[in-house]
Design a protein. Structure first.
Length: 561
């Protein structure tokens, strides 16, 4: 029957999977059928926008080219007009100069003729006066006859001179008339040529104006078409702005996303191959002088209690029973005392002598419990040992995590152990706390901890770890041990502490939680403490708590809290 039930359950599971896949495929087909046209329009919208932009650019370029052609044609027409006007002005100036030259020549000729006639007239008058003085004043009949004859000749000469003067005047008038007529002909010819050139230029101007009007109409049409393209483009951009914005920004977004996604791997690679190799020659951290040979430990393997130099470490347990003698004082974090709290009070600071260190380390508002003997209960007398003082047993345990383990570390005039304050949940006896800084040590920065809290004196420390807590003693001065850095809870201040990078790169690159970058190295005589599973306390943290506590955890780690 069980076999039949198992086969039936497997068959039903397979049928449910097949049915679910069929439903998903059917829903996908319906979705594609409904969204296909919209997706096609979305896909074609960028190409349509590109076509519209190209068409608008072509139209604008064509309008600009035609406008340039019209401007060039008009410029050529204006240049021809200016050239013809200059030619007409030059020809008119030459004509006027020629007319002036001809008029000047005619005037010179008339002046010379008149001067010659005047000279001839004066010569005749002089000759006449000399003849009259010579012959006409004499009483000699011969002279009188000669004078009369000469006067007749003079009269004939004067008549001839008058005729010559009249001929000269006629010639001058003819020359002046001819010059005036030539000037009139030149002026008429110039006006005719000027009118012809003006008419031709006006025809060219009218043709140019018609061409400009046609070009203006074409440019207006092209601008209207470009405006319609721009309007359609704006409409498409308003309707598909999200797709267009994504199309415009996706290379940058992809680059940023890849950079963000790969930044942890880039950082790990740089730290592994560049940062950590620099630590090989850096000096180690030595918080206290190493112990003398006579203080070497006699480690006993296989016992529940480890014999360590000036300290003893119990085995780790989920709940730990601690005995308080009369006069002893126990300081515990709130909630860790699972037994009775009779006579309990609140201590503001772990160490009143160092309130600032207690406050910064978070060791405040602790529960104080004294080692007084509890009263007798009804029917059960208190157990007393006649040879010893009565002890008060206190049960300690983690109130938050079932995977937390507690370990008791007993100190006897110990120079100091380094622990993070958050891992110390209770203290019994005269334990002092002090802080030592190592700001200029590369190993301290490699572990992101520059302040070390040192617990020293005589008493007991209750440590909390996850998965399991162990103490490992080193008995020889040349002994050396290494441990994954996240697993280390603390160490003896007399140990030399340094770091190195992990031996394998790819496990650290892919998952630094599984294979951390830094490995802690301990050298000398002393004890170091470690836990088995430090990641267990992070399993129940929500993503919001992880993000919110990132910087706070980094600060706490830096300060050794």
């Amino acid at each position: 029957m069980r076999l039949v039930a198992a086969l039936t359950a497997a068959l039903l599971k397979a049928l449910l999977i097949v049915a679910g896949l069929m439903l998903l495929l059917f829903a996908g087909a319906l979705l594609l059928g409904q969204a296909g046209p919209h997706l096609r329009e979305v896909v074609e919208t960028p190409q349509r926008l590109n076509d519209l932009q190209n068409a608008r650019e072509r139209d604008i370029a064509e309008a600009a080219r035609q406008l340039a052609l019209a401007s060039g044609h008009q410029a050529r027409i204006v240049a021809i007009d200016h050239q013809r006007q200059r030619a007409l002005q030059s020809w008119e100036q030459e004509t006027r100069a020629e007319l002036a030259r001809m008029e000047a020549a005619a005037r010179d000729q008339v002046a010379r003729t008149r001067q010659s006639v005047e000279q001839s007239r004066r010569a005749v008058e002089q000759s006449t006066r000399r003849m009259e003085a010579r012959y006409c004043a004499s009483l000699n009949p011969v002279d009188w006859w000669t004078c009369r004859t000469l006067r007749a000749q003079v009269e004939r000469l004067e008549a001839s001179a008058a005729m010559q003067r009249q001929a000269v005047a006629r010639s001058a008038r003819q020359i002046e008339t001819q010059a005036r007529q030539d000037a009139e002909r030149f002026r008429a010819s110039a006006e005719e040529r000027l009118n012809a050139s003006t008419a031709e230029l006006e025809a060219h101007l009218e043709e140019s104006e018609r061409a400009l009007l046609e070009l203006e109409a074409s440019r207006t049409a092209l601008l209207e078409q470009a405006h319609s393209y721009q309007t359609e483009e704006e409409r498409l951009r308003r309707e598909r702005w999200l797709i267009l914005e994504f199309q415009k920004r996706w290379p940058g977004l992809l680059a940023i996303a890849l950079l963000i996604a790969l930044s942890p791997y880039i950082r790990r690679t740089l730290w592994y191959f560049v940062g950590l190799p620099l630590l090989t020659r850096a000096p180690g951290i030595q918080l206290a002088p190493p112990p003398a040979d006579r203080d070497a430990a006699d480690g006993e393997s296989g016992s529940a209690v480890f014999a360590c130099p000036q300290l003893q470490c119990s085995s780790a347990e989920r709940t730990l029973t601690l005995s308080l003698a009369p006069g002893d004082r126990l300081l515990a974090r709130p909630g860790y005392i699972l037994s009775d709290r009779q006579g309990a009070s609140t201590a503001l600071f772990f160490d009143r002598r160092a309130p600032n260190i207690s406050f910064i380390s978070g060791l405040t508002l602790l529960t104080r419990l004294k080692g007084t003997h509890p009263p007798e209960t009804a029917g059960e007398p208190a157990a007393q040992n006649p040879d010893q003082e009565p002890l008060r047993e206190v049960l300690l345990g983690s109130p938050h995590d079932a995977d937390a383990y507690l370990m008791r570390v007993d100190l006897h005039e110990h120079p100091g152990l380094v622990f993070r304050a958050s891992r110390v949940v209770a203290v019994r006896g005269d334990i002092r706390i002090e802080a030592r800084w190592r700001l200029f040590n590369l190993h301290a920065w490699a572990t992101s901890q520059v302040r070390f809290l040192i617990f020293s004196g005589t008493g007991s420390l209750i440590l909390e770890g996850y998965g399991d807590v162990s103490a490992h003693p080193l008995h020889d001065a040349s002994a050396r041990a290494e441990k994954r850095q996240p697993n280390v809870l603390g160490f003896d201040t007399r140990l030399s502490y340094r770091t190195r990078r992990a031996a394998t790169f790819l496990p650290y690159l892919l998952d630094p939680e599984r294979e951390p970058l830094v490995v802690d190295l301990f050298e000398g005589r002393g004890t170091y403490f470690f836990e088995k599973n430090p990641a267990a306390r992070k399993r129940d943290r929500s993503p919001a708590e992880v993000v919110a506590g990132f910087f706070l955890d980094a600060t706490r780690r830096l300060l050794g809290i």
